[in-house]
Design a protein around this ligand. Structure first.
Ligand code: ADP
Length: 743
């Protein structure tokens, strides 16, 4: 029999714990079981592997039930010096062979993955030595000639090559952002300066992204130590000019690995001293420490852990004898695989380059969007715009919203205003969506008018669902002329795209429509063509996940099934992704037909589940899925057919989903997209036929799609894009849910 058909899989978490590791463990276990492979969890990382015995536990479907929403790692993690020695690894090999395991999913940082690779390289020799010592027989060597490894990166630092995001980094950003938002309000009340120290020994990701997400006033990171002779002076001057224009508080974010250009660490204590002495301010230090690792994983980390765990098992099952160890990572939202050895080497190279004080290379090695984000951050934090360059035209750029409310709209406006003004242009606010454009509700925005907008939910400029028609176009044309608008940024959803398309189509009738237009996707529905994600969807997903976690807790006392209705209109993104992130049995999507027969099958599955001891059922329904078979109908059907075995409750989450402060991801992406939108308007404005386009995110890159193509890219009769990348996740969801379980 070949190796792949009989050996077992094991999963371990190692190094520092990270929220989302549990989602990965759950996905590994359930995917393996669905594929008919026995799967083991190794407790406490390599220590459990070296010690063996009860530390290597066979897992069943229910062993990983109810862990998705837990922080940390339920299978434990530990540092293990013995595994760094050959004797230790020999013991580990022996313990794996005892359990017929030769396929490993290792979830950890670069140290853990380095260890895994050394172990794999030594495997054949370790087994020979075990045979020589008569601890195992030759048959064991024959049936396990190779050790296969897939690595997933669990680390809050986001410091690894081969993946845009490591498991845990998004949750850590949530914790940091919540903390800085909270500090900002107390700091403002006392006119204080706060220094916030965040994790990141070699990587400034958390510090920089938290800086962008919270509108912090200064950041200090390992990759780019202040270059000027007296960086202290530069920092103080910037903070002081912020105070001079009315900022009530200042926040400085320091990565724990921050240093000056001579490699000397910049400590929080030293920075405090500098600020107190030079600015005469009261300064407080908050070291966030382990809080950053803690708490329930964010929706994204649950998603990340789940898809990566699922992919890791698929990779292991198709491994060939000469297979190099793989690292499963993520680019934007797509799973990618690369050579583990290569990724570890590159990661360690950045640390080395920083150590050698070659900061330029370090910044470049972090990848395009890191450097871009850093540049954007440095511009936005200024308290005054740069004056316009002499001889350059001062353009008038208008900003408006259109469509439903989406968290992150304010963040995008703030970034666009600051970046546009910094280039010497005038920014105009159009209020209440297209109504404002029709009524001439247009006025100039000042630099400080968007102060504090980075974290504010809602839409300061107002929005509406009105799409221009008939006589509206004449009024719009007149107002664009009156206000001499040179370019238009529409931050919104479907209505914005439709409106932009209408204006674009009437360029021959109204010359003032012949201006560059850019639509920035901002809708919780995530239904727009030209972007894999829209601003607001991540916040909505987190709102759903947090509330469903609470709803689930309320069911501990009795056997209960919840039918939870979520938003999304014609697009099932929120339903499917929240289903994945909450461990729902089923997500009903508007993209799929729902028949009575299917609902009957689902209730039959629920009955089987509850009869065999299950205490909680969770079905998530998109608001339009199933048409007349609405949430009440489904709940009633399940209740009636459940014949008293379980109780059924419905929960319609409603506008909670659109509310609240935007998530760090939405704030960061809103800032990036707004920055590029302004660049786009500026680059098109002098062309004879300026483009009208939608900006979007695709595989981590920012791309533009002509608004002319809008009708071609949408599904006729529905408010959704034809191409929806996330639909392929249905397979992952089906593997995780109870209805397809292998047991
Ligand atoms: P991380 O994986 O988060 O980088 P560590 O560097 O502490 O964390 O590594 C976690 C564990 O991985 C170590 O305690 C050790 O057991 C194992 N490990 C790390 N580096 C090696 C190595 N070079 N050789 C063997 N094992 C290693």
């Amino acid at each position: 029999m070949s190796q792949n058909e009989r050996s077992n899989i094991a999963v371990l978490t190692s190094g520092g714990d990270a929220p989302g590791m549990n989602a990965a463990v759950r996905a590994v276990v359930r995917t393996a079981l669905t594929r008919g492979v026995d799967v083991y969890a190794i407790m406490d990382g390599y220590r459990g592997m070296v010690e063996g015995g009860d530390n290597i536990r066979k897992m069943g479907w229910e062993s990983v039930g109810g862990i998705l929403q837990l922080g940390g790692t339920v299978i434990g993690t530990a540092r293990c010096d013995e595994f760094r020695t050959r004797e230790g690894r020999q013991k580990a090999a022996y313990n794996l062979i005892q359990n017929d395991i030769d396929r490993l999913v290792v979830i950890g940082g670069d140290g853990s993955l380095t260890g895994a690779n050394i172990f794999r390289q030594e495997w054949p020799d370790l087994l020979s030595e075990l045979v020589d010592q008569e601890l195992i027989n030759r048959e064991a060597v024959r049936s396990h000639p190779n050790l296969f490894i897939v690595g997933l990166v669990g680390s809050i630092d986001n410091d690894m090559f081969g993946t845009d995001m490591t498991i845990g980094a998004d949750t850590a950003l949530h914790r940091i952002t919540e903390a800085i938002d909270a500090l900002s309000s107390t700091a403002a009340s006392h006119n204080r300066t706060f220094i916030v120290e965040v994790m990141g020994r070699h990587c400034g990701y958390l510090a920089l992204m938290a800086g962008i997400a919270t509108g912090a006033d200064w950041v200090l990171i390992p990759e780019d130590p202040p270059q000027k002779g007296d960086w202290e002076d530069e920092m103080c001057r910037s903070l002081k000019s912020g105070r001079d224009v009315g900022r009530q508080h200042s926040i400085v974010v320091i990565a724990e690995g921050a240093r000056d250009r001579f490699g000397k660490p910049i400590t929080s204590e030293y920075t405090k001293q500098v600020l107190e002495e030079r600015l005469g301010e009261e300064v407080r230090i908050t070291i966030l420490g382990h809080v950053q690792r803690g708490g329930a994983p964010s929706a994204f980390d649950r998603y990340l852990g789940t898809v990566q765990g699922y992919t890791a098992v698929a990779e292991l099952l198709k491994s060939k004898p000469d297979q190099e160890p793989q690292l499963v990572g993520i680019r934007q939202h797509g799973v990618v695989r690369s050579s583990l050895v290569e990724c570890v080497a590159q990661t360690q190279e950045v640390a080395r380059v920083i150590q050698a004080q070659d900061y330029e290379t370090a910044l470049r090695m972090r990848g395009g969007s890191f450097a871009e984000s850093y540049r954007i951050f440095r511009t936005i934090l200024r308290s005054h715009p740069n004056p316009p360059k002499t001889g350059e035209r001062r353009l008038r750029l208008a900003i408006m919203h259109a469509g439903g409310l989406s968290p992150g709209m304010n963040t995008a406006v703030r970034a666009a205003v600051r970046l546009g003004m910094d280039k010497g242009h005038t920014l105009l606010a159009v209020r209440r969506g297209f109504h404002g454009l029709i009524d001439g509700d247009i006025s100039e925005l000042g630099w400080m008018s968007v102060s504090g907008w980075v974290s504010r939910g809602g839409a300061g400029l107002g929005t509406s669902r009105h799409i221009p028609a008939g006589g509206d176009f004449y009024s719009i044309a007149k107002n664009l002329e009156t206000h001499q608008v040179d370019g238009l940024l529409i931050i919104g959803g479907w209505v914005g795209y439709q409106g932009a398309y209408q204006l674009f189509n009437r360029r021959n009738d109204y010359p003032s429509f012949n201006i560059p237009i850019v639509c920035l996707p901002a809708t919780i529905d995530n239904n727009l063509p030209g972007s894999e994600l829209s601003i607001g969807a991540d916040t909505a997903l987190n709102n759903i996940v947090t509330n469903v976690d609470k709803i689930k807790q309320s069911a501990v006392a009795s056997r209960r099934c919840f039918v939870v209705e979520v938003m999304g209109r014609d697009c099932g993104y929120l339903a499917l992704l929240s289903g994945l992130a909450t461990g729902a049995e089923k997500a009903y999507l508007p993209e799929e037909e729902i028949t009575l027969a299917e609902l009957q099958r689902d209730v039959a599955d629920l009955i089987v589940g509850f009869r065999s001891g299950k205490r909680l059922g969770l079905m998530i329904r998109n608001e339009k899925a199933g048409g007349l078979y609405d949430t009440t109908f489904m709940s009633t059907l399940f209740k009636q057919e459940g014949s008293g075995l379980f109780d059924v409750r419905q929960a319609i989450l409603g506008h909670i989903q659109q509310g609240g402060s935007p998530s760090p991801f939405d704030r960061i992406q809103a800032t990036r997209l707004a920055s590029q939108s302004i660049e786009f308007l500026l680059s098109e404005v002098d062309k004879p036929v300026p483009a009208a386009a939608a900006i979007g995110l695709k595989s981590s890159e920012i791309q533009f799609t002509s608004i002319y193509d809008f009708p071609r890219l949408i599904e006729p009769g529905f408010q959704r894009a034809k191409e929806q990348w996330w639909l392929k996740l249905r397979q992952v969801a089906a593997t995780m849910d109870h209805t397809s379980r292998a047991e």
